[in-house]
Design a protein around this ligand. Structure first.
Ligand SMILES: Nc1ncnc2c1ncn2[C@@H]1O[C@H](COP(=O)(O)OP(=O)(O)OP(=O)(O)O)[C@@H](O)[C@H]1O
Length: 322
């Protein structure tokens, strides 16, 4: 027993093809977290999620949801878990609203008298009210995603598991999903949300797990994962002063000092790695450059993103498939 909302132990899935899609992962999603489950296409996220929800049997390993073993206690625990996974069973010739009503009606634990209110509230929440009477088959991918989300939100949940909820959504829709996730989390729901687009989801996450080729490469509180890596300082200076800037940054014992090419306005950006704990503060760097007669047009400290962390860990770009 743990107090985590999701816990897996050496969870593994080997398909009949022999491919090991998920290789001994130990997920730990604390209660109340928004856990970003991130990784390139094909890294094993969907397979993991399907095992969490009891839709696919693990080859080995264990799953606990809200402290209960799955699949053994699935019938007991799954009503407290809302899920958005690929291909929910929507009827193509029914409207979005009718589809929700149908899903709601098969849920024996809900009160039929409040069915209409529940469906309307869920449609409203995902911004689908205007398209609620359109047939499902006429929905865009984004509308289908929204309906899937609405289905997951038909009743209050302790845990939500969302597989690529921003898939097919435009930037506005993506912002809305982020907003919705934040709202649900504020109301006390634990959320696991998968994405192959780090930047889309990184801002709402309190915790992150990064998958690569079936392995959980890294997990933990988001700020800790990026804080361990050095930030980079970017100094913009006229091209004629680039060499002097490089020399001065090296004299300050900063690492990895490199200069970009000059851009159209005649300035150059010079980069250096700077450690929060041991390196000079940005204002000291500015002062030193000015003392060395380097005109500082701009100075910026860039924190490493999760994508930087991923690339550093794997030596690969994030959007690789296999
Ligand atoms: N039923 C299956 N039989 C055989 N191989 C499978 C099956 N389902 C998935 N795979 C393989 O397992 C690997 C992991 O797939 P999975 O769908 O879990 O990745 P993912 O991280 O969710 O990717 P995506 O972001 O593209 O959904 C892939 O190489 C995939 O081809």
């Amino acid at each position: 027993m743990t107090d985590d909302a999701i816990r897996t132990h050496a969870l593994t899935k080997r398909f009949r093809t022999g491919q090991v899609a998920v290789d001994g992962i130990d997920l730990a999603v604390p209660r109340g977290a928004v856990y970003g489950f991130l990784g390139p296409n094909g890294s094993g996220k969907t397979t993991t999620i399907r095992m969490l929800l009891g839709l696919v049997a693990p080859t080995s390993g264990r799953v606990e949801l809200l402290g209960e073993p799955v699949p053994q206690r699935a019938a007991h625990v799954l009503p407290r878990v809302g899920a958005l996974v690929e291909g929910p069973a929507f009827q193509p010739y029914l409207s979005g609203r009718a589809n929700l009503a149908r899903l709601d009606a098969v849920d024996a634990s809900t009160d039929p008298r409040t069915a209409r209110t529940r469906a309307e509230a869920a449609l409203e929440r995902v911004g689908l009210t205007a398209a609620a009477d359109k047939r499902y088959r006429q929905y865009s991918l984004g509308m289908k995603q929204r309906l899937g989300l609405a289905a997951a939100l038909l009743r209050p949940r302790d845990l939500l598991v969302l597989d690529e909820p921003t898939n097919g959504l435009d930037p506005q829709g993506t912002r809305e999903v982020r907003h919705l996730v934040r709202e649900l989390a504020d109301a006390g729901t634990t959320v696991l949300v998968s994405s192959h687009l780090l930047a889309e989801i990184e801002q709402v996450c309190t915790h992150v797990g990064i998958m690569g080729r079936g392995h959980l490469l890294l997990q933990g509180p988001r700020t800790e994962l990026t804080a361990r890596r050095a930030a980079r300082i970017a100094v913009r200076t006229p091209a004629a002063s680039a060499d002097a800037a490089v020399a001065e940054l090296r004299r300050l014992a900063l690492d990895d000092v490199t200069a970009d090419r000059a851009v159209a306005d005649g300035t150059v950006t010079v980069w250096a790695a700077v450690r929060d704990d041991t390196g000079p503060a940005p204002q000291d760097v500015t002062a030193a450059l000015v003392r060395a007669d380097v005109p500082v047009v701009g100075l910026d400290v860039r924190r490493p993103s999760l994508e930087d962390v991923f690339v550093e860990l794997t030596g690969e770009g994030f959007d690789v498939a296999r």
